[in-house]
Write a protein that binds this ligand. Structure first.
Ligand code: NAP
Length: 313
């Protein structure tokens, strides 16, 4: 079969750091075109917009690497043009717009893939396998990073729909929803929002499940120095596991079982190629639903203003 011809939209940090090299490293897919308001990708046919790309390039699929607030309109254009669509995380700005895209993909008979890159971290599936028939008593998610280091100049992330600290926090939730054996739900939380911003800089959330799970998530964007992306899970009898480094490392009962380098985006593109080849879609909105619940149920606290010295004002 000839490789899937892909057009990429939004040439920002994640497109350059991960998508372009991962597409190159994946067989069955090739980067044919790019649509950007401001940049070009060497070796691809470059266009100023998705509409121009759909008219001017021969492509089978579109990868959307823009911020979530503009993703639905772009995805709908691509689906209606009969293209398979890959969505960066979070897949959209609302849950309802996701239903709309799922229906549009079905109507067009094409693949829709809502990616969660952290689910492709090397220790996530082994953790899921280990936990699948176990009763989890307690779990703690600690996701603390420095927003100045990872999101310099990204104004959209502080706007409505940009999710603030849930932009990384949703990665932790995408892992938790994959590895924990039962569905869980929010019982309460606190969202700390800078007085000059629309989205939180920190959040503390409590969840439970039908068996009384005690799950606590601590998201913070003010962590300087070492960064923390850990999930600790406690089982009965003193057993437990720890995922660290965002899912790169797995310890079970204190013993290291997995410590592997990052290849998340190659996993994403392999899965996309498989989905298209088998005529399937993969859309799981459960991480986004937990974030929506946090905005619905969380208690608001206003904290000190956040100023990004690198922002273009
Ligand atoms: P970014 O550096 O700000 O890039 C986003 C790109 O989207 C921009 O460069 C721009 O590209 C395009 N765009 C189109 N409409 C836009 C608008 N209204 N406002 C701003 N940009 C617009 O962001 P990013 O870090 O690549 O993140 C993009 C998506 O990937 C987000 O959903 C994010 O959660 C996800 N993601 C990011 C990371 C990371 O480490 N940064 C990791 C995993 C996932 P053009 O100028 O080419 O049009």
């Amino acid at each position: 079969m000839s490789p899937l011809r892909l057009g990429l939209v939004g040439v920002g940090k994640i497109a350059r750091d991960q998508h372009v090299p991962s597409i190159e490293a994946t067989s069955g897919i090739t980067l044919t075109a790019a649509a950007s308001r401001s940049a070009t990708i060497e070796g691809a046919a470059n266009f100023a917009s998705l509409i121009d790309m759909l008219e001017g390039a021969r492509i089978d699929a579109v990868a959307l690497c823009t911020p979530p607030q503009v993703r639905h309109a772009l995805a709908l254009q691509a689906l209606r043009a009969g293209k398979h669509v890959l969505l960066e995380k979070p897949p959209g700005a609302t849950l309802s717009e996701m239903d709309d895209l799922v229906a549009a993909a079905r109507d067009a008979g094409v693949t829709l893939f809502a990616t969660w890159h952290s689910r492709f971290a090397p220790a996530v599936e082994p953790a899921r396998d280990y936990l699948k028939d176990k009763r989890v008593l307690r779990a703690v998610i600690t996701w603390k990073e420095d927003v100045r280091r990872w999101h310099p100049g990204q104004d959209w992330i502080w706007e409505p729909g940009g999710l603030g600290v849930f932009d990384p926090g949703i990665n932790a939730l995408s892992i938790a929803t994959r590895i924990l054996p039962k569905p869980f739900f929010l019982t309460g939380g606190t969202l700390e929002t800078p007085e000059n911003r629309q989205a939180p800089i920190a959040a503390r959330l409590s969840f439970t499940d039908a068996d009384g799970l005690d799950l606590f998530a601590d998201f913070d964007w003010r962590q300087e120095g070492p960064q923390t992306w850990d999930i600790e899970v406690e089982l009965s009898g003193g057993h437990g596991l720890k995922l660290s480094g965002g899912g790169k490392t797995l310890h079970i009962d204190g013993e290291k079982r997995i410590d592997a380098p990052d290849a998340e985006y190659r996993g994403i593109y392999r899965h996309f190629v498989d989905l298209v080849a088998s005529g399937r879609s993969d859309v799981d909105v459960s991480p986004l639903r937990h974030v929506a619940d946090a905005f619905m149920l969380g208690r608001r606290e206003t904290v000190a203003a956040f100023h990004d010295e690198t922002a273009a004002h």
